[in-house]
Design a binder for this molecule. Structure first.
Ligand code: G6P
Length: 372
């Protein structure tokens, strides 16, 4: 009822606004004096972590996109090759697994059957298994060698929001822990990342305030038949997640693309009035990627796209080419997805509401899929 929803019209709205606390709770107890130490990983023994030569992240749906984002950071910080596979594809490819492979499963519920079966397969084949999970004592964390709980609090809405940002946070912490233990990350980089975590709740609060602007935007877009999302680097899985949200709760065809892939096919989809969200990386911390994305915007604009640019505050470079600009607080590249996804979550929610749909209980979907 309304009380459970904290005065919001849906659990999803409430859960979007809970992201600052969700992320802070995931970080709590795992950071001190500028370094990251996850007790559950430390319990595996530093030696074992030092011998890991490959990481495979598995998950389904939103969890797999969190995995894709985490993969960029873990590879960067721990200098271990990381790949991401959908849980239900994993076993059927007869993956190469050894006792030096770490398989990190990502699951909000910890009960998704596809992911559980993939974890069991990894255990049988001798891999080290780490569970990133939100539900205490669920099956997947119990089966795994180590459980890194996200502590985002119960998530009721079928479409995942706060669990997603908490999963990214947990994966980043794992990357920083591995990087420290393996000596692949210097103290300054570690301290900078820790500082980003400390500043994050306040920035998330500001991103949550994008709601009113998004509500207006969604108003005129309620009869959109298709919406595209573009991103580069960690912005790419963020684009995929923005598209998934829209499919899940607003039943609108949506696709996310890597911005660089545009010219290899998807640009053919662009015609007059096609709405495209573009996640623009920071010009300060990622100038090269930024300029590439700005030229992507020019290309689609020239073909008639209606561009909704998600930028960091102060970036005026897109103003001549964007129809709408959503401004977010400044953050380092890896921390941008955590902020950028929030307006995309609001957008899906507002379009769903505008269409008179049940935001929390979309048709044909279940919160936790316990069949293969
Ligand atoms: C279902 C839900 C999705 C979720 C996916 C994975 O399909 O509808 O929102 O992302 O399962 O769930 P998990 O609990 O494993 O994170």
């Amino acid at each position: 009822d309304a009380a459970d929803k904290g005065g919001w019209s849906s659990f999803m709205a409430k859960e979007i606004t809970e992201q600052p606390e969700a992320v802070a709770n995931t970080v709590r107890g795992r950071v001190s004096a500028g370094t990251v130490e996850i007790p559950e990983l430390a319990a595996l023994g530093a030696e074992r972590l030092q011998t890991i030569d490959r990481v495979i992240i598995i998950g389904c749906g939103t969890a797999s996109y969190a995995g894709m984002i985490g993969a960029y950071a873990i590879e960067q910080w721990a200098r271990i090759p990381v790949e991401v596979q959908l849980s239900h594809e994993f076993r059927y490819r007869d993956p190469v697994l050894t006792d030096r492979t770490m398989v990190i499963s990502v699951s909000q519920s910890g009960e998704t059957m596809d992911t559980l079966m993939a974890v069991k397969y990894a255990i049988e084949h001798g891999a080290v298994t780490v569970s990133v999970c939100n539900s205490q004592s669920a099956t997947i964390p119990r089966e795994s060698d180590a459980a890194v709980y996200t502590h985002a609090g119960p998530e009721v809405a079928v479409a995942s929001t706060k669990a997603f940002t908490a999963q990214i946070t947990a994966l980043y912490l794992i990357g920083l822990h591995l990087g420290r233990v393996r000596g692949t990350i210097d103290a300054q980089t570690q301290a900078d990342a820790v500082q980003q975590f400390e500043l994050l709740p306040e920035k998330l609060r500001e991103a949550v305030e994008s709601h009113d602007q998004i509500a207006q935007l969604a108003h005129w877009m309620a009869d959109s038949r298709s919406v595209l999302f573009l991103g580069r680097h960690v912005g790419y899985p963020t684009a995929l997640e923005g598209a998934l949200k829209l499919k899940e709760i607003a039943y609108i065809h949506a696709e996310g693309f890597a911005a660089g892939e545009l010219k290899h096919g998807p640009i053919a989809l662009i015609d007059h009035g096609q709405p495209v969200f573009v996640l623009v990386p920071s010009p300060r911390t990622a100038p090269l990627m930024h300029s590439k994305v700005v030229s992507n915007i020019q290309e689609i604009r020239a073909r008639g796209a209606r561009v909704i640019a998600v930028v960091e505050k102060g970036d005026t470079s897109v103003l001549p080419y964007a129809d709408d600009v959503i401004r977010l607080p400044l953050a380092d590249v890896f921390f941008e997805p955590l902020l950028q996804v929030i307006p995309l979550q609001w957008f899906a929610l507002e379009l769903s509401t505008a269409k008179g749909l049940d935001v929390d209980q979309p048709r044909n979907l279940a919160k936790s899929v316990t069949v293969e």
